[in-house]
Write a protein that binds this ligand. Structure first.
Ligand code: UFG
Length: 327
């Protein structure tokens, strides 16, 4: 199958491209390199372009005989989204609308969309099921939720078959630990702790130690990037027979910030400085998933549910790439 991977040079997109190649599919990467890395794209055709470029999108979809689109090209920083909301609506919503319009013009129906646990805002219940109220508390989550609604209405016309996959905390390095996480600037917990353990930063700060959790720090549901990508493959298959799919993707087990720090300490075998800081704006205390629906309907079963395995792969990648990707 010929699949266009929008954002295929980014962290999740490059891992998805790798998996599709392994499975004998034919991924074509579409990326503007605003955040992605050229060296993260391997063994796949590359189209350099922007999702705002409607003509390029239509031509790419038609010329390459694309059969399905996976969309990973989004802005993902909650804090930044609060500072520049219009930018988040432009990139995450307007550009996705442009992509869907190009797909309609080219007659392509299958679409796998990266959504997020941020659509639930501060969840009323833990673990979170897909039915929990959608009440995003920041422009990032709101922009993703707006796309989900757009997909819902477009699917009702009969011209779109889509899967919205709501990620919890993706982490680890895939492709046998050769495709890792390299955001610039980095804001994600595991890569930042690893850098502290490698001596590449002075310390790691815990954002908030007075949350209503057993050790006072935030709890998140971490999912290995390989397991996350496998769910995309299964969802894509299921679009043969379904027009609208929505799934949470997580392991269901929560780890506190302190537990993640301890896990990195153990895997790295190194000590480093930990400081306690104020809460970060917009952080819900606990986010854990109920992913029973994906398991039941897709037959998805995470193969690497242990945090240690996720951290091990990330630790290896960061040590193999102390300066991140070369470009
Ligand atoms: N944290 C720290 N110190 C740090 C960095 C993070 O204590 O230096 C804490 C955060 O406050 C949070 C936890 O570690 O409690 C996890 O933070 P991340 O930034 O790694 O992940 P988030 O849960 O905030 O974000 C994840 C995805 C985002 C997505 C968000 C929305 O990584 O891309 O979920 O659901 F936007």
């Amino acid at each position: 199958m010929r699949v266009l991977i929008c954002g295929g040079a980014g962290y999740i997109g490059s891992n998805m491209t790798f998996l599709l190649t392994e499975k004998g599919c034919d991924p074509i990467v579409f990326d503007n390199f605003s955040k992605g890395h050229r060296t993260a794209v391997r063994r796949a055709e590359l189209v350099e372009g922007d999702l705002a470029d409607y003509d390029l999108l239509v031509n790419t979809l038609k010329d390459r005989n694309i059969e399905a689109v996976m969309h990973f090209a989004a802005s993902i920083e909650v804090g930044e989204s609060v500072r520049v909301p219009l930018e988040y609506y432009r990139n995450n919503f307007c550009n996705t609308r442009n992509l869907l319009q190009a797909m309609e013009t080219a007659g392509i129906e299958k679409f796998v969309f990266s959504s997020t646990a941020a659509v639930y805002g501060r969840p009323a219940e833990i673990p979170i099921t897909e039915e929990c109220p959608k009440d995003p508390i920041n422009p990032y989550g709101q922009s993703k939720w707006a796309v989900e609604r757009m997909c819902h209405y477009q699917s009702r016309t009969g011209r779109l078959r889509y899967a919205a996959l709501r990620y919890f905390n993706a982490c680890g390095a895939g492709g046998n630990a050769t495709l890792g996480e390299d955001h610039r600037p980095e804001s994600h917990l595991i890569p930042l702790i690893i850098r502290a353990a490698m001596g590449r930063r002075d310390s790691i700060s815990i954002f908030g130690t007075d949350y209503p959790t057993p050790d006072g720090t935030c709890i998140r549901d971490y999912i290995h990037i390989d397991d996350l990508c496998m769910a995309h493959l299964l969802a894509l298959d299921k679009l043969d027979t379904s027009s609208e799919l929505v799934y949470n993707l997580g392991n269901g087990s929560g780890y506190s910030v302190r537990q993640v720090i301890e896990t990195v300490r153990k895997i790295a075998g190194k000590d480093f400085k930990v400081t306690e800081a104020e809460r970060r704006a917009g952080d819900p205390p606990v986010l854990t998933s109920d992913a029973a629906k994906a398991k039941k309907e897709l037959g998805w079963e995470p193969q690497k549910p242990e945090l240690e395995e996720m951290v091990e792969s990330a630790w290896k990648w960061h040590n193999d790439h102390p300066n991140g990707y070369p470009d």
